[in-house]
Design a binder for this molecule. Structure first.
Ligand code: FAD
Ligand code: AMP
Length: 478
């Protein structure tokens, strides 16, 4: 006899595991199916984010920043640190331990909340039945009142650069190099390409990033993107814009990459090549022909503003549906869907999802860029406060970048907060909170900020919007 659940979740990444925990908290009998086999050969919960995404990449970014600081940043403080070396396998093992802790933590949360875990591949059949195929090939059917699909995404592969996970790797392979490649090529100057390029660049790899677009970080504010390009280039990343990769050839342990840019066809040889050209939704063998769930024209599961699919009682969240491919977006969608199933009127604000690039300095933003607001014909006032004018940033010897606040010229309402600088991801969250409450630049300017903090640059930028900044020269005075 098949088991019956109020909610069956397919996939235990940030979208799925959060949805499952919230549903169980709300008293719904909940199951979650996961098939991912981790490094230990066992099913690991947590999805891309915990296993091969957000967390391992941040672990390596943190390790390599410490190494970089020991080499480049200590001297100015009078600290002599000669003979500092990196043991890459230890760094990777530390990263793996963090992954184990967190994925094990999700399993513990499932237990604590009474979520039933199924190991295997989930497939949605007709009438909200879900087939689970175990690792041994056995199958069972779960009967669900509601189904939440959270099958996530996987790296895009491009024909000119097939992944062999040895010389040509995707982001997963790039989190597991056992030594520092001397020459590293990266295809794609997106978030993942820049973060992974930074990791290995800090350890001494000569990094070349090949980006097909002429524009750097098109989703970011232009002023931020320009500053980011300047700083990352100064750090040694060779970022070649307008460079489209057309072919690769592996010769033993190296790869020769052919690309075309404004100067015509070129070739470069690297010891490793990371392909980071984006991610696409995972829907392979997920939906039976008669499941009734539709995909959109780009292959994502089609959902409405509340993540409901074309079948009543079937929802989809996270990377497998439209919108930003970010863990915090997936998690919030998971919560919203679980609460709506439980009869609450939950919803989320898609306009205020922060984006972050965890390079150093970090790059983060929430709301709209100056160029997109101008394109919409919105008149704006802009305030910029550089970290070079921050006592706290000077004390930390971390003064690159700035906070930029964009406000509606008529209403003073804050429409965008953009930060490139130390702890940008944390700072921009303050902007997100303020914007959620409909703040004006004047409101932010009237608040008391602790001194000395990096957050004070948010205050100064807000004051600068209306020409009242104290610690920097105002572009316009009022
Ligand atoms: P996923 O995390 O992909 O989880 C989906 C899960 O479903 C997987 O475990 C998969 O095995 C399972 N699954 C799929 N199909 C089935 C099936 N049929 N049956 C059973 N199980 C199935 N985002 C951020 O917000 N911040 C970051 O710093 C960040 N860094 C990243 C760094 C890298 C290198 C990468 C690759 C991604 C990063 N992301 C980051 C993106 C983030 O990982 C994703 O947005 C997030 O994981 C999406 O969550 P999800 O639950 O939708 O899907
Ligand atoms: P993202 O989707 O943010 O991860 O970024 C991926 C980047 O890879 C995009 O900016 C694409 O323009 C870039 N890209 C895709 N295909 C190629 C290619 N063949 N050569 C160089 N860059 C590419």
């Amino acid at each position: 006899m098949s088991q019956k659940f109020d909610v069956v979740v397919i996939g235990a990444g940030p979208g799925g595991y959060v949805a499952a925990i919230r549903a169980a908290q709300l008293g719904l009998k909940t199951a979650c199916i996961e098939k991912y086999v981790g490094k230990e050969g066992k099913i690991a919960l947590g999805g891309t984010c915990l296993n091969v995404g957000c967390i391992p990449s941040k672990a390596l970014l943190d390790s390599t920043w410490k190494y970089h600081e020991a080499h480049e940043g200590f001297k100015v403080h009078g600290i002599e640190a000669s003979g500092v070396t990196i043991d890459v396998p230890t760094m990777i093992a530390r990263k793996d331990q963090i992954v184990r802790n967190l994925t094990g933590g999700v399993a513990a949360l499932f237990k604590a909340n009474g979520v039933t875990s199924f190991e295997g591949h989930g497939k949605l059949l007709a009438n909200k039945q879900v087939e689970v195929t175990g690792r041994d090939g056995s199958t069972e059917i779960l009967e669900a009142t509601n189904v939440i699909i959270a099958s996530g995404s996987r790296p895009v592969e491009i024909p000119p650069a097939p992944i062999d996970q040895n010389v040509i790797v995707d982001s997963t392979g790039a989190l597991d190099f056992q030594s520092v490649p001397k020459r590293l090529g990266v295809i794609g100057a997106g978030v993942i390409g820049l973060e992974l390029g930074s990791v290995w660049g800090r350890l001494g790899a000569e990094v070349t990033v090949l980006e097909a677009l002429d524009k750097f970080l098109p989703a970011a504010d232009d002023q931020v993107a320009k500053e980011a390009l300047k700083i990352l280039t100064k750090q040694g990343l060779k970022i070649r814009l307008g460079a489209r990769v057309t072919a690769t050839e592996i010769n033993g342990s190296e790869v020769t990459v052919t690309f075309t840019d404004a100067n015509g066809e070129q070739k470069e040889t690297y010891d490793k090549l990371i392909v980071a050209v984006g991610r696409r939704p995972v829907t392979t063998d997920l939906l039976a022909a008669d499941s009734g769930v539709d995909l959109d024209e780009r292959g994502y599961i089609f959902v409405d503003d509340f993540c409901a699919t074309s079948v009543p009682g079937v929802y989809a969240v996270g990377d497998v549906v439209r919108g930003l491919m970010l863990a915090h977006k997936a998690m919030e969608e998971g919560v919203v869907v679980a609460e709506r199933i439980a009869g609450h009127k939950a919803q989320m604000n898609y306009d205020l999802i922060p984006g972050v690039i965890y390079t150093h300095p970090e790059i983060a933003w929430v709301g709209k860029s100056e160029q997109s607001l101008k394109a919409e014909g919105v008149e704006v006032n802009v305030g910029v406060a550089p970290f070079a004018a921050s006592g706290r940033a000077m004390a930390a010897n971390d003064t690159a970048g700035f906070v930029k606040i964009i406000a509606d010229a008529k209403t003073d309402r804050v429409l965008g907060v953009h930060v490139i600088g130390p702890s940008a991801a944390e700072l921009v969250q303050q902007g997100a909170i303020a914007m959620e409450f409909g703040t004006s630049a004047e409101d932010l300017g009237m608040m008391v900020f602790s001194h000395p903090t990096l957050s004070e640059q948010l205050h100064e930028a807000a004051l600068a919007v209306n020409g009242h900044a104290i610690h920097i020269a105002n572009r316009k005075k009022r």
